[in-house]
Design a binder for this molecule. Structure first.
Ligand SMILES: Cc1cc2nc3c(=O)[nH]c(=O)nc-3n(C[C@H](O)[C@H](O)[C@H](O)COP(=O)(O)OP(=O)(O)OC[C@H]3O[C@@H](n4cnc5c(N)ncnc54)[C@H](O)[C@@H]3O)c2cc1C
Length: 386
């Protein structure tokens, strides 16, 4: 049977919208299908802002991908004639030997990235909104900043449509069936034939990719916005975005007063509380707000005026808290894009390129060996053995 499309992309959040745009720009006949309307409140790609930074504390091996992601974000801005990435710098604060501070310095050293190391006195002079402990230092990544998630997702979809992609919203896909030289995609509305399919369905990925059913775990994430006591010290010109290592307590992230709601903060992975992705997000509760109110009062007192908003969203974690970008085992016509364990948005612009490579070429020259099913299975086996 002849395929109607070269590639179908299922799920049009951060990953799917970027993939659809990269594919369509290369001349592929594409269709993009989303169960809802993209960047909706149950997805992981909404909420005004996402951090981007180059000196990646998690592992220096991410840096080449990030360099490519920066290049692709700027290319997206040029094509859209819109601002998607704003550079404010990112401060990474904590004890000298903390994971965030030591890891950032190691990445900067290995890749010779520009950065500044600031002590408590220098921080008080230059960035008075932040309260540091006696043993804390900060590493300023001058290329860090924030992305606008809704503008990025909608921008990629706009470009894809301009390059000929067919877009279907409000249409849940119910099955992907392998067939002669391609796949059949069944939805609540109809069925389509495509040579390849990219599955980028975020926290719902286990429904269409059985190999991830057990491993992709949706967890509750809460963020809150505060109106500062002193509005001027928390504006982007004076307050960079930040990551703050609190040792055993985990790490917090935050943004200056970008929009009307003020300063936004959250704790990475919050309480690591699993949720059922097929149900609405459980609402914000007193324990959530107590955690974030406590943090802002202690570490950003200038911003701890009035909490004006707090919302629940979702992260989707893989066992290694890494990414998965690979062909489905046993079915090379299915390309799988994981939701990226709560730190994937900044990579979206390069993930879209990688997914297009995988769908059209069957492989990529970009470094993704660590993001394969084999790597995930090895990690799980090693963890079980330990
Ligand atoms: C609060 C929060 C803060 C974060 N902060 C950062 C940050 O600062 N920096 C960073 O880099 N990353 C950050 N992340 C992570 C990043 O935002 C996510 O990794 C990324 O947005 C995931 O995108 P996605 O496209 O995989 O998933 P989603 O955005 O959830 O998109 C999946 C889409 O698939 C659709 N779908 C699902 N099932 C079906 C189906 N059966 N048929 C059709 N469509 C379907 C859904 O409707 C949805 O639109 C954060 C995440 C959260 C939640």
């Amino acid at each position: 049977m002849t395929a109607e499309f070269d590639v179908a992309v299922i799920g049009l959040g951060a990953m799917g919208s970027a993939a659809l745009s990269h594919l369509s720009a290369r001349g592929a006949r594409t269709i993009g299908i989303d169960a809802y309307f993209p960047a909706h409140a149950l997805s992981s790609s909404h909420g005004d802002s996402r951090l981007i930074r180059l000196g990646y504390f998690e592992d220096p091996s991410y840096v080449p991908l990030l360099q490519r992601a920066y290049r692709n974000w700027r290319a997206l801005e040029t094509r859209l004639r819109a601002d998607i990435l704003t550079t404010t710098g990112v401060l990474q604060i904590g004890a000298e030997d903390s994971k965030v501070v030591a890891g950032t310095r190691a990445s900067c050293k290995m890749h010779q990235l520009a950065h500044e190391v600031l002590d408590k006195g220098e921080m008080a002079r230059r960035f008075p909104a932040f309260q540091l402990g006696d043993d804390d230092i900060a590493v300023l990544d001058p290329q860090g900043g924030y992305l606008r998630p809704e503008a990025a997702v909608m921008g990629y979809l706009k470009l894809a449509a301009g390059d000929g992609a067919v877009l279907h919203f409000g249409e849940p896909v119910t099955a992907i069936e392998p067939g002669d030289g391609g796949v059949t995609i069944r939805s609540a509305v109809g069925q389509y034939r495509a040579s390849k399919v990219v599955v980028a369905t975020g926290s719902w990925i286990g429904e269409l990719v059985p190999q991830l059913q057990e491993h992709a775990v949706a967890i509750r994430q809460v963020v809150a916005w505060y109106q500062p006591r002193d509005g001027f010290s928390t504006e982007p010109q004076r307050m960079p975005c930040f990551l703050r290592d609190e040792g055993e307590e985990g790490s917090y992230f935050g943004f200056p007063a970008i929009g009307v709601d003020g300063v936004k903060v959250g704790r990475h992975a919050h309480f690591r509380e699993p949720i059922d992705p097929s149900k609405p997000n459980p609402p914000v509760n007193d324990a959530d707000t107590a955690l974030l109110d406590g943090f802002i009062a202690k570490r950003l007192p200038a911003a701890a005026g009035l909490r004006v908003n707090a919302v629940t969203c979702r992260y989707t974690m893989l066992p290694s808290e890494d990414f998965l970008l690979d062909l489905a085992p046993g079915n090379p016509n299915v390309v799988v894009a994981s939701p990226c364990s709560g730190h994937g948005f900044k990579f979206t612009s390069v993930v879209g390129e990688i997914l297009a490579d995988l769908a059209l070429e069957g492989g990529t020259s970009l470094p993704i060996a660590a993001f394969s099913f084999d790597a995930m299975n090895r990690f799980v086996a090693a963890r079980k053995a330990a």
